[in-house]
Design a protein around this ligand. Structure first.
Ligand code: FO1
Length: 322
């Protein structure tokens, strides 16, 4: 389906974001749709440059992603990790044999002077992904998680090694003040044909906030006045996947779509113009609209590919007309 006048830019991080990105990719031509992926989850592990949210959206659009957990590749083998553990190496971050090729090639190319954007383009084209996937920045930005014990954790240590168990008190994004949006990101925002920005159902704090904290991004969006719609990652008081609801509770927020809407409204200087929430939260629609935010209720729980495509079309139909 195109039928959509203009271009769509989606901001995605994590598994939930990639699901909607896939629905949008099925509904839009490659010239119409670009994904901006969070890179503040990135880290160096075993000497390898690992970009989980870029890989999750790349594998998902390539049809290669593990359907059970959403990250890594389908049909993986684990010989590398087993051999590494036998040698006494760290095996808490599970790198499959096929996935390892991505990290090795990315690390090799980056080490020889390529930018993250150039590497992402090479890898995604090699995997047959025709819709452009851009890192939010080619500069290193690292989410640091502040915990109740006072310890500050690198994101993957919090998320994977410590299984999201530490109590969160806040975050900061190391490197954000000097990071610049990746080539193509600001150009996409300046494109006269840009009709809509979609914030996918990703973790607001650690997947979405880093992207909009990049210097210049919100300024460009506000100057353009382009519609921007967010899909709630919280359904019925829970995150479909990941620690968003737990983080909200620890930050003193009710884990509801209303809190997500308020977080984006307060944080993004009025750039948010619409909100999409699940049927299960229909009773909260008035609370969101009372914030002055137009909202719709639809099915946002994406089990099947058709769910992804249907949600994508609902988001576009709503957002385009804001
Ligand atoms: N998430 C986990 O919970 N456990 C893992 O062992 C794990 C390994 C992994 C390997 C490659 C990759 O691209 C992602 C991986 N993830 C894993 C997900 C990763 O932690 C992402 O940061 C989350 O998806 C949140 O964005």
């Amino acid at each position: 389906m195109t039928g959509v006048p203009g271009k769509i830019l989606a901001v995605s991080g994590g598994v939930g974001g990639a699901k909607l990105a896939l629905g949008l990719a099925h509904a839009l031509d490659p010239v119409q749709f670009t994904v901006i992926a969070n890179t503040a989850d990135d880290f160096v592990h075993h000497g390898l440059q690992i970009s989980p949210d870029l890989d999750t959206v790349m594998y998902t659009l390539a049809g290669l992603s593990n359907q059970q957990v959403g990250w890594g590749q389908e049909g993986e083998s684990w010989n590398f990790l087993d051999a590494l553990a036998r040698l006494g190496g760290q095996d808490w971050f599970r790198l499959g044999d096929r996935d390892l090729a991505t990290h090795i090639l990315r690390s090799d190319l980056l080490g020889r002077g390529a930018t993250l954007s150039e590497v992402t383009r090479k890898l995604s084209l090699a995997l047959g992904v025709s819709h452009p996937i851009l890192p939010m920045s080619d500069d290193r930005v690292s989410t640091i998680v502040h915990t109740a014990t006072g310890e500050e954790l690198a994101f993957q240590h919090y998320f994977v090694r410590d299984r999201c168990e530490p109590e969160v008190t806040g975050f900061h994004f190391d490197g954000i003040d000097t990071a610049t949006p990746a080539p193509g990101f600001l150009e996409a925002l300046a494109d006269d044909d840009l009709a809509l920005i979609v914030i996918c159902p990703s973790n607001p704090f650690v997947s979405v906030d880093p992207v909009f904290s990049l210097p210049g991004v919100l300024d460009h969006i506000i100057a353009r006045g382009v519609p921007m719609v967010a899909v709630s990652p919280i359904v019925g008081g829970l995150a479909i996947k990941g620690p968003a609801a737990k983080m909200m509770a620890e930050l003193g927020m009710p884990s509801t779509p209303v809190s997500v809407a308020r977080h984006y409204l307060d944080g993004y200087r009025g750039a948010l113009t619409g909100f999409v929430m699940d049927d299960q939260d229909r009773h909260l629609l008035n609370d969101v609209e009372a914030l002055g935010l137009p909202a719709i209720v639809t099915n946002t729980v994406m089990i099947t590919l058709q769910d992804r495509i249907t949600l994508a079309k609902a988001v576009m139909g709503f957002g385009i007309n804001l």
